[in-house]
Design a protein around this ligand. Structure first.
Ligand code: FES
Length: 270
């Protein structure tokens, strides 16, 4: 039923009968993504100094460079770092995880299909001719990498745990345990990332997918988990942007403190 009925979309890239500002969201999102790419490139390859600072024995690491695996004793990574090429830094080594995780995110796919491929830019707005001739072929060719999302999720969960571990490093002062402004900044960044990860579609599937019914025992528990994650999942787009933005705000905080523009201090130490 309904087969063959064509919606009254005007022909031609960007043509539409819509009179609202349908273009504003794709423009803002596209610009934000380009800005994050430029900033990341600058920080990783051009200005990869001032990535952390110390405050009375505690250490605050920029979210962009956390976890700083080049400081780990594990696998003698810290020794290897001394002989590694000078352009290597911690972020370059782990960037594939956040990039892979965010790049294959279901919400992100919606964003880049709309902003960069105009496929379509918005509902009831026509797409370029090339899209019509190629057509949607599903997650194939280069997009087949999207099928790896669940594996990127597992790696992102490990990174998330280490980020919370890094938060504890901001709380370890020479004279006791406490909280500084840097702790709040890093903890907020870790919290936003936690919300982004726990609202993930793939995590929801991991929790309660595949099963036919959630009735008894572990399946009942998994069903409950599925429903809880479904509630968070409704705001997944919000958590995507909030957590992404705070990675860069956190990095600017660390840069600002290193340059003496901003000042960190212990709120309390016990
Ligand atoms: Fe967005 Fe998994 S669907 S992070």
């Amino acid at each position: 039923m309904g087969e063959g009925i064509r919606l009254p979309v005007l022909d031609g890239l960007g043509r539409t009968n819509r009179i609202d500002k349908w273009w504003s969201q794709p423009v803002i999102m596209g610009s934000a993504l380009i800005l994050t790419l430029i900033y990341t490139f600058w920080r990783l390859f051009i200005y990869d100094v001032e990535i952390s600072y110390k405050l009375n024995g505690s250490k605050v690491v920029s979210p962009l460079f956390s976890p700083n695996i080049l400081e780990w004793d594990l696998f003698s990574l810290n020794q290897w770092a001394e002989t590694a090429p000078s352009w290597i830094n911690a972020a370059i080594l782990i960037i594939w995880i956040p990039f892979g995780f965010r790049g294959t995110c279901y919400y992100m796919r919606r964003v880049y299909y709309r902003t960069f491929f105009a496929s379509p830019t918005a509902c009831w707005v026509d797409e370029p001719q090339i899209n019509k001739s190629i057509g949607y072929k599903g997650e194939k060719m280069v997009f087949i990498i999207n099928n790896l999302h669940r594996y990127f999720l597992y790696a992102a969960m490990v990174i998330l745990l280490i980020k919370w571990w890094d938060v504890t490093h901001t709380m370890t002062f020479k004279n006791g345990i406490g909280i500084s402004v840097g702790t709040l900044v890093m903890a907020f960044e870790a919290f936003l990332l936690t919300m982004y990860v726990t609202s993930c579609h793939a995590l929801r599937h991991l929790a309660g997918g595949v099963l036919d019914r959630w009735t008894v025992g572990i399946s009942k528990f998994r069903g409950k988990l599925f429903k809880k994650i479904s509630i968070l999942n409704r705001s997944h787009g919000f958590w995507f942007w909030a957590s992404l933005t705070f990675v860069f705000l956190g990095d600017l905080w660390v840069l600002g403190v290193n340059k003496g523009i901003l000042g960190d201090f212990a709120i309390f130490v016990i």
